[in-house]
Design a protein around this ligand. Structure first.
Ligand SMILES: *Cc1c(COP(=O)(O)O)cnc(C)c1O
Length: 387
């Protein structure tokens, strides 16, 4: 299409600040724009293309499924959905799965589970959900409310009520909210992604778990960004020595197709019953077929490599000119740069590397299977852009 950028501005709601790049195709960690210029993609569509562009295993499974059965609705049984749910349960020790189409929707399901569980066990007044300041849980009116950042709340009041915000790594702030309010659950990201790639401390997470047990609260771990191998384990909570009641995930799960999951343990798996929740597209067979190829490959050996690549990024970028600090876990990395993050990202684009930002940081979420050569070249470009 001629004048695509102009037409985009004319016809697409102006809710995104897009970078000036039109991507037309990709293979592995590399994508190509409309002028034939190549970029190493260190953002993988915000952590969605877990195995890069046009991954052959994924592509085969998805196209075969699309040619066989693309959709049925949830009025009927379909195999890909059940196979994927069984794998997710077996690999996490959880009990059951609800499939949605996005991170926000997966969180909506988790919030409903927590509220109904509290109603059944403690009474309808116990509806409050504690989340953290600086968190991000989605864009629907309820998940916006769960998001502990005022900037997202402005203009859209009244939001869904019943959300309280504690301070990350301050267990007293959580305890205080529980004592003063009637609570149903606590929802946390192990690494605050949109909030600037800040991991929680293990001590804090264990403290939250203990409070959940003491006060019969549902512990929801939002693994939308951190999950599916991104942090070096299948789910990031696995590195924090706790077991959640509910895991929500999306982004990388489908390897590029929209799918979300709300995975629940035995304690809460019978809470939602017939007619209480649903989704027309949820558990779509094509998205599930893609997700199966992602989950199947996230074994110990593969995850070790994710950790090795993570270590390489930390080593390469530590103590370099123009870089103040590096935070993150696995292949979810935040770089505090001396220059404004946006300026660094634009410089990287010029030199053929795509990066993301998170708050005032440059954020990296490369494909999990990025080859060492591409990774090293991208790091060189990033290093130079920070100077
Ligand atoms: C991206 C994100 C969401 C929202 O996911 P959508 O698919 O955009 O609805 C929720 N929680 C976290 C932690 C995220 O990173």
């Amino acid at each position: 299409m001629k004048d695509l950028i102009k037409a985009d501005k004319n016809y697409i709601l102006n809710t995104y600040a897009r970078f000036p790049v039109e991507i037309v195709s990709g293979k592995g960690a590399v994508c190509v724009d409309n002028n034939g210029k190549k970029y190493i993609d260190m953002g993988s569509g915000i952590g969605v293309n877990a195995f890069g562009y046009a991954d052959e295993v994924w592509q085969k499974a998805v196209s075969e499924q699309a040619g066989k059965l693309q959709h049925t609705s949830n009025l009927y049984y379909t195999e890909p959905q059940v196979v994927l749910a069984k794998k997710l349960c077996e690999k996490t020790g959880m009990d059951k799965v609800f499939f949605a189409n996005s991170g926000a929707e997966s969180n909506e399901c988790a919030i409903k589970v927590a509220r109904k569980y509290a109603e059944l066990n403690k009474g309808a007044k116990y509806y409050n959900i504690i989340t953290l300041k600086n968190s991000f849980h989605g864009r629907t009116l309820t998940t916006l409310s769960a998001t502990g950042q005022d900037v997202f709340h402005k203009h859209f009041n009244p939001l869904t009520g019943g959300f309280l915000y504690a301070t990350a790594n301050d267990i007293k702030s959580v305890e205080k909210l529980i004592k003063k309010n009637k609570c149903a659950g606590i929802m946390l990201e192990m690494v605050q992604g949109e909030g600037g790639v800040n991991p929680l401390s293990i001590e804090f997470v264990k403290g939250v778990k203990a409070l959940c047990e003491k006060h019969n609260l549902v512990l929801i771990i939002d693994e939308v960004q951190t999950g599916n191998g991104r942090c070096g384990t299948l789910y990031s909570y696995m590195q924090f020595g706790i077991e959640p009641d509910v895991i929500t995930t999306a982004k990388g799960l489908g390897g590029g197709l929209p799918i979300g999951a709300c995975i629940v343990n035995k304690r809460v798996s019978e809470v939602l019953t017939y007619g209480m929740h649903g989704s027309t597209f949820g558990g779509n067979p094509v998205a599930c077929a893609g997700a199966i190829t992602v989950i199947d490959r996230l074994n110990e050996k593969f995850l070790e490599k994710v950790k090795e690549k993570s270590a390489l990024i930390f080593e390469t970028l530590s103590k370099k000119d123009g870089i103040e600090s590096i935070t993150g876990l696995g292949l979810m990395i935040g770089i505090k740069t001396v220059k404004p993050a946006k300026e660094v990202v634009l410089k990287c684009i010029e030199n053929g590397v795509l990066c993301l930002t998170a708050k005032d940081k440059v954020r990296l979420l490369p494909p999990l299977n990025i080859d060492m050569k591409s990774l090293k070249s991208a790091l060189k470009v990033i290093e130079n852009a920070c100077k």
